[in-house]
Write a protein that binds this ligand. Structure first.
Ligand SMILES: [Zn+2]
Ligand SMILES: [Zn+2]
Length: 426
Protein backbone atom coordinates (compact mmCIF):
# COMPACT_ATOMS: atom_id res chain seq x y z
CA UNK A 1 0.00 0.00 0.00
CA UNK A 2 2.78 2.39 0.96
CA UNK A 3 4.50 1.51 -2.26
CA UNK A 4 1.35 2.37 -4.20
CA UNK A 5 1.02 5.76 -2.45
CA UNK A 6 4.67 6.47 -3.12
CA UNK A 7 4.16 5.65 -6.80
CA UNK A 8 1.12 7.94 -7.01
CA UNK A 9 3.05 10.73 -5.25
CA UNK A 10 5.95 10.21 -7.66
CA UNK A 11 3.65 10.40 -10.69
CA UNK A 12 1.84 13.50 -9.37
CA UNK A 13 5.19 15.11 -8.69
CA UNK A 14 6.19 14.33 -12.24
CA UNK A 15 3.03 15.94 -13.62
CA UNK A 16 3.56 19.07 -11.49
CA UNK A 17 7.19 19.24 -12.54
CA UNK A 18 6.17 18.94 -16.17
CA UNK A 19 4.09 22.12 -15.81
CA UNK A 20 7.15 24.08 -14.72
CA UNK A 21 9.24 24.66 -17.82
CA UNK A 22 12.98 24.24 -17.43
CA UNK A 23 14.50 27.39 -18.86
CA UNK A 24 17.86 27.09 -17.12
CA UNK A 25 19.70 26.85 -20.45
CA UNK A 26 18.05 30.08 -21.65
CA UNK A 27 18.91 31.86 -18.41
CA UNK A 28 22.54 30.81 -18.66
CA UNK A 29 22.74 32.21 -22.18
CA UNK A 30 21.00 35.49 -21.35
CA UNK A 31 22.77 36.52 -18.12
CA UNK A 32 25.93 37.83 -19.78
CA UNK A 33 23.92 39.74 -22.37
CA UNK A 34 21.71 41.37 -19.73
CA UNK A 35 24.76 42.56 -17.80
CA UNK A 36 26.36 43.87 -20.99
CA UNK A 37 23.17 45.77 -22.00
CA UNK A 38 22.84 47.16 -18.51
CA UNK A 39 26.40 48.51 -18.60
CA UNK A 40 25.95 50.06 -22.07
CA UNK A 41 22.72 51.74 -20.96
CA UNK A 42 24.35 52.82 -17.70
CA UNK A 43 27.15 54.49 -19.63
CA UNK A 44 24.67 56.30 -21.92
CA UNK A 45 21.92 57.60 -19.62
CA UNK A 46 19.20 59.93 -20.90
CA UNK A 47 16.85 62.22 -18.97
CA UNK A 48 13.06 61.82 -18.75
CA UNK A 49 11.25 62.25 -22.09
CA UNK A 50 14.66 62.41 -23.83
CA UNK A 51 15.38 58.64 -23.94
CA UNK A 52 15.97 58.59 -27.72
CA UNK A 53 19.02 56.31 -27.99
CA UNK A 54 17.78 54.04 -25.22
CA UNK A 55 14.48 53.63 -27.08
CA UNK A 56 16.33 52.87 -30.35
CA UNK A 57 18.37 50.18 -28.63
CA UNK A 58 15.28 48.56 -27.12
CA UNK A 59 13.34 48.70 -30.41
CA UNK A 60 16.24 47.18 -32.38
CA UNK A 61 16.46 44.33 -29.86
CA UNK A 62 12.71 43.60 -29.91
CA UNK A 63 12.69 43.72 -33.72
CA UNK A 64 15.48 41.15 -33.82
CA UNK A 65 13.27 38.82 -31.76
CA UNK A 66 10.30 38.84 -34.06
CA UNK A 67 8.22 40.78 -31.56
CA UNK A 68 5.66 43.29 -32.86
CA UNK A 69 7.06 46.72 -31.93
CA UNK A 70 5.50 50.16 -31.44
CA UNK A 71 7.74 53.18 -30.87
CA UNK A 72 7.03 56.78 -29.88
CA UNK A 73 4.48 55.76 -27.25
CA UNK A 74 4.20 58.61 -24.68
CA UNK A 75 7.04 60.37 -26.58
CA UNK A 76 9.92 57.88 -26.30
CA UNK A 77 8.27 54.70 -25.01
CA UNK A 78 8.59 51.34 -26.74
CA UNK A 79 5.97 48.61 -26.58
CA UNK A 80 6.48 45.02 -27.75
CA UNK A 81 3.78 42.42 -28.29
CA UNK A 82 4.63 38.73 -28.23
CA UNK A 83 1.87 36.27 -29.11
CA UNK A 84 2.25 32.76 -27.75
CA UNK A 85 1.46 29.67 -29.79
CA UNK A 86 -1.77 29.14 -27.85
CA UNK A 87 -4.52 31.73 -27.25
CA UNK A 88 -5.14 33.09 -23.76
CA UNK A 89 -4.94 36.11 -21.49
CA UNK A 90 -2.67 39.13 -21.85
CA UNK A 91 0.02 39.94 -19.30
CA UNK A 92 2.05 43.16 -19.38
CA UNK A 93 5.57 43.64 -18.02
CA UNK A 94 6.85 47.15 -17.42
CA UNK A 95 10.35 48.63 -17.19
CA UNK A 96 11.08 52.34 -16.77
CA UNK A 97 14.00 53.63 -18.85
CA UNK A 98 14.91 57.18 -17.75
CA UNK A 99 17.92 58.53 -15.83
CA UNK A 100 18.41 61.50 -13.48
CA UNK A 101 20.32 64.81 -13.38
CA UNK A 102 22.97 63.45 -11.00
CA UNK A 103 26.75 63.38 -11.55
CA UNK A 104 28.08 59.87 -11.03
CA UNK A 105 30.89 59.48 -8.46
CA UNK A 106 32.69 56.12 -8.55
CA UNK A 107 35.45 54.19 -10.35
CA UNK A 108 33.28 51.85 -12.43
CA UNK A 109 34.62 51.08 -15.91
CA UNK A 110 31.13 51.85 -17.27
CA UNK A 111 30.60 55.02 -15.23
CA UNK A 112 28.57 57.74 -16.97
CA UNK A 113 30.35 60.93 -18.03
CA UNK A 114 27.33 62.21 -19.97
CA UNK A 115 26.10 65.75 -19.38
CA UNK A 116 22.89 67.39 -20.55
CA UNK A 117 20.68 70.45 -20.10
CA UNK A 118 18.08 70.33 -17.33
CA UNK A 119 15.93 73.40 -16.57
CA UNK A 120 18.50 75.62 -18.23
CA UNK A 121 21.46 74.18 -16.32
CA UNK A 122 24.25 71.92 -17.49
CA UNK A 123 24.05 68.74 -15.38
CA UNK A 124 25.65 65.32 -15.16
CA UNK A 125 23.30 62.48 -16.12
CA UNK A 126 23.27 59.16 -14.27
CA UNK A 127 21.14 56.06 -13.90
CA UNK A 128 20.94 56.85 -10.20
CA UNK A 129 17.68 54.99 -9.65
CA UNK A 130 18.63 51.76 -11.42
CA UNK A 131 16.24 52.03 -14.36
CA UNK A 132 19.15 50.81 -16.54
CA UNK A 133 18.85 47.45 -14.77
CA UNK A 134 15.07 47.36 -15.28
CA UNK A 135 15.51 48.01 -19.01
CA UNK A 136 18.17 45.31 -19.41
CA UNK A 137 16.17 42.80 -17.37
CA UNK A 138 13.06 43.28 -19.52
CA UNK A 139 15.12 43.03 -22.73
CA UNK A 140 16.36 39.70 -21.36
CA UNK A 141 12.85 38.51 -20.49
CA UNK A 142 11.72 39.40 -24.03
CA UNK A 143 14.51 37.31 -25.52
CA UNK A 144 13.86 34.27 -23.30
CA UNK A 145 10.09 34.36 -23.85
CA UNK A 146 10.41 34.87 -27.61
CA UNK A 147 12.42 31.63 -27.77
CA UNK A 148 9.70 29.82 -25.84
CA UNK A 149 6.55 30.84 -27.69
CA UNK A 150 5.39 27.23 -27.60
CA UNK A 151 5.07 27.54 -23.81
CA UNK A 152 3.09 30.81 -23.87
CA UNK A 153 -0.67 30.48 -23.53
CA UNK A 154 -1.70 34.01 -24.46
CA UNK A 155 0.14 37.28 -25.10
CA UNK A 156 2.94 39.14 -23.35
CA UNK A 157 3.14 42.92 -23.71
CA UNK A 158 6.51 44.53 -22.94
CA UNK A 159 6.15 48.15 -21.83
CA UNK A 160 9.34 50.21 -21.82
CA UNK A 161 8.20 53.40 -20.12
CA UNK A 162 9.84 56.84 -20.32
CA UNK A 163 9.85 59.59 -17.67
CA UNK A 164 9.11 57.64 -14.50
CA UNK A 165 11.00 60.33 -12.57
CA UNK A 166 8.59 62.94 -13.95
CA UNK A 167 8.41 64.79 -17.25
CA UNK A 168 10.13 68.20 -17.41
CA UNK A 169 7.82 71.09 -16.38
CA UNK A 170 5.18 71.80 -19.01
CA UNK A 171 5.42 68.34 -20.58
CA UNK A 172 3.28 65.27 -20.13
CA UNK A 173 4.89 61.88 -19.79
CA UNK A 174 5.37 58.61 -17.94
CA UNK A 175 2.86 55.91 -17.07
CA UNK A 176 -0.13 58.28 -17.02
CA UNK A 177 0.49 59.39 -20.61
CA UNK A 178 1.04 55.78 -21.72
CA UNK A 179 -2.32 54.82 -20.19
CA UNK A 180 -3.95 57.83 -21.90
CA UNK A 181 -2.48 56.70 -25.21
CA UNK A 182 -4.06 53.27 -24.70
CA UNK A 183 -1.05 51.13 -23.83
CA UNK A 184 -3.22 48.75 -21.80
CA UNK A 185 -5.66 48.28 -24.70
CA UNK A 186 -5.55 46.34 -27.98
CA UNK A 187 -4.89 43.69 -26.88
CA UNK A 188 -6.44 44.45 -23.47
CA UNK A 189 -4.12 43.70 -20.57
CA UNK A 190 -5.43 41.40 -17.79
CA UNK A 191 -2.60 41.93 -15.30
CA UNK A 192 0.69 43.82 -15.08
CA UNK A 193 3.97 43.06 -13.30
CA UNK A 194 6.91 45.32 -12.59
CA UNK A 195 9.95 45.46 -10.35
CA UNK A 196 12.35 47.98 -8.84
CA UNK A 197 15.98 47.20 -8.08
CA UNK A 198 17.03 48.31 -4.58
CA UNK A 199 20.54 49.27 -3.54
CA UNK A 200 19.87 48.30 0.08
CA UNK A 201 18.42 44.81 -0.55
CA UNK A 202 21.04 42.00 -0.93
CA UNK A 203 21.18 40.25 -4.30
CA UNK A 204 19.11 37.04 -4.59
CA UNK A 205 16.45 38.55 -2.30
CA UNK A 206 12.98 39.73 -3.35
CA UNK A 207 10.76 41.87 -1.14
CA UNK A 208 7.07 42.53 -1.65
CA UNK A 209 3.99 43.85 0.12
CA UNK A 210 0.35 43.12 -0.55
CA UNK A 211 -2.02 46.12 -0.80
CA UNK A 212 -0.69 49.70 -0.52
CA UNK A 213 3.03 49.39 -1.23
CA UNK A 214 4.21 52.82 -2.31
CA UNK A 215 2.37 56.01 -1.45
CA UNK A 216 0.17 58.29 -3.47
CA UNK A 217 1.77 61.71 -3.71
CA UNK A 218 -0.35 64.84 -3.62
CA UNK A 219 0.78 68.44 -3.71
CA UNK A 220 -1.15 71.13 -1.87
CA UNK A 221 -1.12 74.93 -1.98
CA UNK A 222 -2.61 77.02 0.84
CA UNK A 223 -3.23 80.74 0.46
CA UNK A 224 -3.82 82.69 3.68
CA UNK A 225 -5.23 86.18 3.56
CA UNK A 226 -4.92 88.56 6.51
CA UNK A 227 -4.74 92.33 6.86
CA UNK A 228 -1.53 94.28 6.71
CA UNK A 229 -0.52 96.48 9.65
CA UNK A 230 2.50 97.95 11.43
CA UNK A 231 4.47 95.30 13.31
CA UNK A 232 4.04 97.35 16.50
CA UNK A 233 0.22 97.38 16.23
CA UNK A 234 -0.98 93.83 15.55
CA UNK A 235 -4.47 94.71 16.87
CA UNK A 236 -5.00 96.83 13.75
CA UNK A 237 -4.28 93.93 11.39
CA UNK A 238 -4.86 90.18 10.89
CA UNK A 239 -1.58 88.24 11.01
CA UNK A 240 -1.32 85.63 8.19
CA UNK A 241 1.95 84.27 9.65
CA UNK A 242 0.28 83.40 12.95
CA UNK A 243 -2.65 81.86 11.06
CA UNK A 244 -0.16 79.79 9.01
CA UNK A 245 1.41 78.48 12.22
CA UNK A 246 -2.03 77.45 13.56
CA UNK A 247 -2.85 75.77 10.23
CA UNK A 248 0.40 73.74 10.25
CA UNK A 249 -0.36 72.69 13.81
CA UNK A 250 -3.91 71.73 12.86
CA UNK A 251 -2.86 69.76 9.79
CA UNK A 252 -0.49 67.60 11.85
CA UNK A 253 -3.39 66.63 14.15
CA UNK A 254 -5.16 65.12 11.12
CA UNK A 255 -2.28 62.64 11.03
CA UNK A 256 -1.67 62.20 14.78
CA UNK A 257 -5.28 62.29 16.06
CA UNK A 258 -7.57 61.34 13.18
CA UNK A 259 -5.73 58.89 10.92
CA UNK A 260 -5.78 55.17 11.75
CA UNK A 261 -2.02 54.70 11.62
CA UNK A 262 -2.34 51.01 12.45
CA UNK A 263 -3.97 50.58 9.03
CA UNK A 264 -1.36 52.38 6.91
CA UNK A 265 1.09 55.23 7.36
CA UNK A 266 0.25 58.77 6.22
CA UNK A 267 2.28 61.95 5.99
CA UNK A 268 1.55 65.67 5.64
CA UNK A 269 4.59 67.90 5.13
CA UNK A 270 4.59 71.66 4.67
CA UNK A 271 7.70 72.19 2.58
CA UNK A 272 7.64 75.91 1.94
CA UNK A 273 6.16 79.06 3.49
CA UNK A 274 6.38 82.44 1.86
CA UNK A 275 5.23 85.59 3.63
CA UNK A 276 6.37 89.04 4.63
CA UNK A 277 9.22 91.37 3.63
CA UNK A 278 10.37 93.26 6.72
CA UNK A 279 10.79 92.85 10.50
CA UNK A 280 8.26 95.54 11.41
CA UNK A 281 5.45 94.83 8.98
CA UNK A 282 2.68 92.31 9.49
CA UNK A 283 2.12 91.18 5.89
CA UNK A 284 -1.16 90.81 4.05
CA UNK A 285 -0.85 87.19 2.94
CA UNK A 286 1.05 83.93 3.21
CA UNK A 287 1.47 80.96 0.90
CA UNK A 288 2.34 77.42 1.95
CA UNK A 289 3.02 74.42 -0.24
CA UNK A 290 3.51 70.83 0.79
CA UNK A 291 2.98 67.14 0.13
CA UNK A 292 0.54 64.47 1.32
CA UNK A 293 1.51 60.77 1.21
CA UNK A 294 -1.09 58.03 1.64
CA UNK A 295 -1.22 54.26 1.10
CA UNK A 296 -4.97 53.73 1.33
CA UNK A 297 -7.63 55.48 -0.76
CA UNK A 298 -10.13 55.79 2.14
CA UNK A 299 -7.48 57.45 4.29
CA UNK A 300 -6.57 59.73 1.40
CA UNK A 301 -10.21 60.77 1.01
CA UNK A 302 -10.52 61.49 4.76
CA UNK A 303 -7.24 63.44 4.97
CA UNK A 304 -8.09 65.54 1.91
CA UNK A 305 -11.60 66.28 3.22
CA UNK A 306 -10.36 67.25 6.69
CA UNK A 307 -7.67 69.52 5.24
CA UNK A 308 -10.30 71.25 3.11
CA UNK A 309 -12.53 71.72 6.19
CA UNK A 310 -9.81 72.73 8.60
CA UNK A 311 -7.77 75.25 6.60
CA UNK A 312 -10.56 77.85 6.04
CA UNK A 313 -12.04 77.17 9.52
CA UNK A 314 -8.75 77.89 11.33
CA UNK A 315 -8.20 81.06 9.31
CA UNK A 316 -11.75 82.17 10.08
CA UNK A 317 -11.24 81.60 13.81
CA UNK A 318 -8.48 84.21 13.72
CA UNK A 319 -10.36 86.66 11.52
CA UNK A 320 -8.67 85.79 8.20
CA UNK A 321 -9.41 83.70 5.13
CA UNK A 322 -7.61 80.72 3.68
CA UNK A 323 -8.09 78.43 0.71
CA UNK A 324 -6.49 75.09 -0.16
CA UNK A 325 -5.97 73.31 -3.46
CA UNK A 326 -4.90 69.67 -3.60
CA UNK A 327 -3.42 68.13 -6.77
CA UNK A 328 -2.72 64.41 -7.12
CA UNK A 329 0.66 63.77 -8.72
CA UNK A 330 0.92 59.97 -8.27
CA UNK A 331 -1.58 57.25 -7.35
CA UNK A 332 -1.09 54.49 -4.76
CA UNK A 333 1.14 51.62 -5.92
CA UNK A 334 -1.46 49.07 -4.86
CA UNK A 335 -0.62 45.39 -5.18
CA UNK A 336 -3.83 43.49 -5.84
CA UNK A 337 -4.04 41.03 -2.89
CA UNK A 338 -5.55 38.20 -5.01
CA UNK A 339 -2.88 38.56 -7.66
CA UNK A 340 -0.14 38.58 -4.99
CA UNK A 341 -1.54 35.37 -3.49
CA UNK A 342 -1.65 33.75 -6.92
CA UNK A 343 1.90 34.73 -7.89
CA UNK A 344 3.70 34.13 -4.59
CA UNK A 345 4.32 30.39 -5.22
CA UNK A 346 6.08 31.29 -8.49
CA UNK A 347 8.34 33.78 -6.71
CA UNK A 348 9.10 31.27 -3.96
CA UNK A 349 9.97 28.60 -6.51
CA UNK A 350 12.22 30.90 -8.55
CA UNK A 351 14.00 32.76 -5.73
CA UNK A 352 13.80 30.10 -3.02
CA UNK A 353 11.37 30.43 -0.15
CA UNK A 354 14.00 31.80 2.22
CA UNK A 355 14.77 34.69 -0.13
CA UNK A 356 11.25 36.09 -0.26
CA UNK A 357 10.73 38.78 2.36
CA UNK A 358 7.92 41.14 3.30
CA UNK A 359 8.60 44.79 2.49
CA UNK A 360 7.33 47.60 4.72
CA UNK A 361 5.26 50.28 2.99
CA UNK A 362 7.29 53.00 1.31
CA UNK A 363 6.16 56.64 1.51
CA UNK A 364 7.93 57.43 -1.76
CA UNK A 365 5.81 57.29 -4.93
CA UNK A 366 6.06 55.31 -8.19
CA UNK A 367 4.03 55.93 -11.34
CA UNK A 368 3.56 52.18 -11.96
CA UNK A 369 0.51 52.99 -9.80
CA UNK A 370 -1.29 54.43 -12.86
CA UNK A 371 -1.22 51.02 -14.57
CA UNK A 372 -2.54 49.46 -11.34
CA UNK A 373 -5.48 51.89 -11.33
CA UNK A 374 -6.58 50.27 -14.61
CA UNK A 375 -5.72 46.58 -14.16
CA UNK A 376 -4.58 44.35 -11.27
CA UNK A 377 -0.83 44.67 -10.84
CA UNK A 378 2.06 43.40 -8.73
CA UNK A 379 5.17 45.55 -8.18
CA UNK A 380 8.05 44.09 -6.16
CA UNK A 381 11.62 44.89 -5.15
CA UNK A 382 14.76 43.11 -6.33
CA UNK A 383 18.08 42.98 -4.47
CA UNK A 384 21.02 44.84 -5.97
CA UNK A 385 23.45 44.99 -3.03
CA UNK A 386 26.66 42.93 -2.97
CA UNK A 387 26.46 40.40 -0.11
CA UNK A 388 28.65 41.33 2.82
CA UNK A 389 28.53 45.04 1.99
CA UNK A 390 27.98 47.09 5.12
CA UNK A 391 26.98 50.36 3.49
CA UNK A 392 24.55 50.86 0.63
CA UNK A 393 24.14 54.20 -1.12
CA UNK A 394 20.60 55.52 -1.52
CA UNK A 395 18.86 55.89 -4.87
CA UNK A 396 19.15 59.35 -6.52
CA UNK A 397 22.64 59.98 -5.06
CA UNK A 398 26.02 60.20 -6.91
CA UNK A 399 27.38 57.10 -5.09
CA UNK A 400 24.38 54.87 -5.87
CA UNK A 401 25.64 51.46 -6.95
CA UNK A 402 24.05 48.17 -8.06
CA UNK A 403 25.65 44.71 -8.19
CA UNK A 404 24.48 43.42 -11.55
CA UNK A 405 24.96 39.77 -10.61
CA UNK A 406 21.49 40.22 -9.05
CA UNK A 407 19.79 40.94 -12.37
CA UNK A 408 19.29 37.35 -13.53
CA UNK A 409 16.85 36.75 -10.68
CA UNK A 410 14.75 39.61 -12.09
CA UNK A 411 14.78 37.95 -15.53
CA UNK A 412 13.77 34.57 -14.12
CA UNK A 413 11.04 35.97 -11.88
CA UNK A 414 9.32 38.10 -14.54
CA UNK A 415 9.63 35.31 -17.13
CA UNK A 416 8.08 32.63 -14.93
CA UNK A 417 5.46 34.92 -13.41
CA UNK A 418 4.27 35.64 -16.97
CA UNK A 419 4.19 31.97 -18.01
CA UNK A 420 2.48 30.86 -14.79
CA UNK A 421 -0.06 33.68 -14.86
CA UNK A 422 -1.05 32.87 -18.43
CA UNK A 423 -1.32 29.16 -17.61
CA UNK A 424 -3.66 29.75 -14.68
CA UNK A 425 -7.41 29.68 -15.13
CA UNK A 426 -9.40 32.81 -14.27
ZN1 LIG B 1 13.84 57.24 -8.78
ZN1 LIG C 1 13.04 54.42 -9.82
Amino acid sequence: MNKLLATIAFLLGGILMAQVPDLSGDYELIEGKVIEWRREIHQNPELSNREFKTADKIAAHLNSLDIQVQTGVAHTGVVGILKGDQPGKVVALRADIDALPVTERNDLAFKSTITSQFLGENVGVMHACGHDTHTAILMGVAEVLSKNKDKIKGTVKFIFQPAEEGAPPGEEGGALLMVKEGVLKNPDVDAIFGLHIKSEIPIKVIRYKSGGTMAAAQRFVINVKGKQSHGSQPWLGIDPILISAKIIDGLQTIISRESDLTNEAAVITVGKIKSGVRFNIIPESAEMIGTIRTLDYNMQEMINRRMEEMVPAIAKAYGGDASIEIHTTTAITYNDPDLVTKMLPTMQRVAGNENIQIQKAITGAEDFSYFQQQVPGFFFFLGGMTPGTTESFPHHTPDFIIDDSGLILGVKTLTEMSLDYLNMGD
